[in-house]
Design a protein around this ligand. Structure first.
Ligand code: HEM
Length: 253
């Protein structure tokens, strides 16, 4: 991916029409398969200054795909009157320095931290062991298993990376599922018992948290099932996934 920045200096009297023109031009960006996302911002300290940021799938896709494609003429028609006002128009490579700030609590924090996840897995594996559908899979389970899974979940939901640091990370988890031939019925029961345990131990039950939490569980159990089948060829090396709020951020009043 590559980020294009276009800096404009637009006289105050033209700003309204400029923003309206970009609103129309943006329809071409929204349709373009080469465009990842875009945003036009206006400077607060010096309101004549605007910055348009467009993330492209690659510089080549932008220059040879979008610019030579069917959507470009309509885009250009809208922005042509402002081309003279461009002060900079360049592509920038992303660097590893990026992330999200602390304004939104992680799912790990929202859940109540590792302690809450340990309460969850302690109860969950009690239910699992007593269950006739999934219980047999866990007949020889390590007594520390609930704690290891809590550690995994803590890391996934934005807590400390202890599963990676102390327990072998993704490859170890993968190794524990391989060859177990988990059935769809067992997967479903696992999901359902986890939801029961979440209610029983009082994990937050607001719609935003539960949607994100169960979204990960649905995704993770489907991968566990696929990777557990005899003859499966799963991704061997990967980081522990990180799961966020998705489209419904926490409701903070
Ligand atoms: C989001 C879904 C899942 C997560 C996050 C998860 C996580 C884990 C982790 C981290 C381990 C290794 C623990 C350790 O370090 O020792 C593990 C092992 C295991 N998992 Fe899963 N798992 C998931 C889904 C499932 C499902 C759906 C099943 C079966 C229905 C299953 C069955 C097992 C079994 C049998 C083990 C080995 C337990 C033992 O003998 O100690 N897992 N799982």
């Amino acid at each position: 991916m590559i980020v294009e920045y276009i800096r404009y200096r637009i006289p105050a009297e033209a700003s309204e029409e400029f923003e309206a023109a970009y609103g129309r031009a943006a329809r071409s960006l929204a349709e373009a398969p080469q465009c990842v996302d875009y945003e036009l911002t206006r400077c607060v300290d010096e309101p004549v200054c605007y910055v348009l940021r467009i993330t492209w799938t690659s510089a080549e896709d932008h220059l040879k795909g979008f610019r030579a494609g069917a959507l470009f003429p309509a885009f250009l028609k809208e922005i042509r009157p402002y081309v003279e006002q461009i002060e900079e128009m360049r592509h920038y490579e992303q660097t590893p320095v990026r992330g999200v700030g602390g304004s939104v609590p992680s799912l790990h924090e929202w859940a109540g931290g590792t302690e809450a996840l340990e309460r969850l897995t302690d109860r969950f594996y009690e239910l699992v062991k007593a269950d006739d559908v999934v219980g047999p899979l866990f007949a020889h389970m390590d007594p520390a298993h609930p704690r290891f899974v809590a550690m995994w979940l803590a890391e996934v939901f934005g807590g400390p990376a202890r599963y990676t640091g102390e327990r072998g990370g993704y490859p170890h988890m993968l190794g524990m599922h391989r060859g177990r031939a988990i059935s769809e019925r067992q997967r479903r029961r696992w999901v359902s018992l986890l939801a029961d345990a979440a209610d029983e131990v009082g994990l937050p039950d607001d719609p935003e948290f539960r949607a994100a939490f169960m979204g990960y569980i649905e995704w993770g159990t489907r991968l566990a099932l696929a990777n557990s089948q005899p003859g499966a060829s799963p991704v061997e090396q990967a980081p522990v996934p990180r799961w966020g709020w998705g489209v419904a951020p926490p409701y903070q009043g």
